[in-house]
Write a protein that binds this ligand. Structure first.
Ligand code: ATP
Length: 235
C-alpha cells in the first residue's frame, strides 16, 4: 500500500504554509515528521484529515496497483490537544466507540483489556473524562485510534504529555501496529523520532523531503537534520 500526496498547497493569507507538496509513503513504516514551530505540520495533518480544505492538490491510497480516494475510515488522527467527550466516563466512551463501530472494528479484547493496553488504572476507568489529566485524555484518543486500525495513522505530538513509562509502552504499541499501515508521527523531539521512526521527513520551506541516512552514523544523521532545520526561514 502507498499513500500518495500530489501538489498539495495551503496558504493562510500572505503565508504559504504548504507549497506544492508531493510525497509517497509506504506501509509498514513509521515516518517521523520534523519541522520547526510553525512549519505547517498540524496544517498538513488537518488537510489530510479534511478538517481544513487545501487550496489545491490530491492525496490517495494505492493498493495492489489500484488508486482510490482516502475515506474517513482510512484515517486515524490523534491530536496534540486531545478532544474527548468529557461528559462520559472512559468506560462509557470506549463502549460507545465499540458499539457504533461494531461492523468495522473487530473487538478482540474486553474493555478492561483495552484499558490495560494504555495503562489507564482500574480506579480511573469509571471516572468522567472531564477529570482526566491531559495525558490520560491523550491515551484514550490513542486507544480508540489503535482499535480502529486505520490504514493511515496521523499522530500529532502524541507522546509529549505521557510519562516516561507510558511513553515507552506506547512506542512499543506503535511499533507492534506498524505492519500493513502507514504511521506519520510529528514531533519536536529528535531523539524520539530517531528511536521510533523508520524514516525521517522534514517539513521545511513548505515542502516535504526525506532525510537520507545512507552511510551516516547516528550523530552525523542528527547533525544533518538539525542543520537542515536551521536553514528554515520565516516568511
Ligand atoms: N487558521 C489559521 N489561520 C491563519 N494562520 C494559520 C492558521 N493555522 C495555522 N496558521 C499559520 O500557519 C503556520 C503553520 O502552523 P502549524 O500549526 O501548522 O505549524 P506546526 O508545524 O504544527 O507548528 P508547531 O510545531 O509549533 O505546533 C503558522 O505560521 C501558523 O500561524
Amino acid at each position: 500500500m502507498k499513500f500518495i500526496i500530489e501538489h498539495l498547497s495551503k496558504r493562510f493569507e500572505q503565508k504559504e504554509v504548504l507549497k506544492d507538496i508531493h510525497f509517497t509513503f509506504e506501509d509498514g513504516k513509521i515516518y517521523g515528521l520534523l519541522g520547526r514551530n510553525g512549519a505547517g505540520k498540524t496544517t498538513l495533518f488537518n488537510c489530510l484529515n479534511r478538517d481544513l480544505k487545501a487550496d489545491s492538490g490530491t492525496f490517495s491510497l494505492e493498493e495492489d496497483g489500484i488508486r482510490r480516494d482516502v475515506t474517513a475510515e482510512d484515517i486515524g488522527y490523534v491530536l496534540s490537544t486531545p478532544t474527548v467527550p468529557e461528559f462520559l466516563t472512559g468506560r462509557e466512551f470506549l463502549k460507545f466507540f465499540l458499539d457504533i463501530n461494531e461492523t468495522s472494528v473487530q473487538a478482540s479484547k474486553s474493555l478492561d483489556e483495552y484499558f490495560n493496553m494504555v495503562s489507564i488504572a482500574p480506579e480511573d476507568r469509571d471516572k468522567l473524562m472531564k477529570d482526566y489529566s491531559h495525558g490520560m485524555k491523550n491515551k484514550m484518543q490513542m486507544l480508540i485510534n489503535i482499535i480502529a486500525q486505520p490504514k493511515l495513522l496521523l499522530l500529532d505530538e502524541p507522546l509529549t504529555s505521557l510519562d516516561v513509562v507510558v511513553a515507552e509502552e506506547m512506542k512499543g504499541l506503535l511499533r507492534s501496529l506498524k505492519d500493513s499501515r502507514i504511521t506519520i508521527f510529528s514531533t519536536h523531539i529528535l531523539d524520539l523520532a530517531l528511536d521510533l521512526c523508520d524514516e525521517i521527513i522534514l517539513l521545511s520551506h513548505g515542502e516535504l523531503e526525506a532525510v537520507e541516512k545512507s552511510n551516516l552514523d547516528d550523530q552525523e544523521f542528527k547533525e544533518k537534520i538539525i542543520s537542515a532545520l536551521r536553514e528554515e526561514t520565516y516568511a
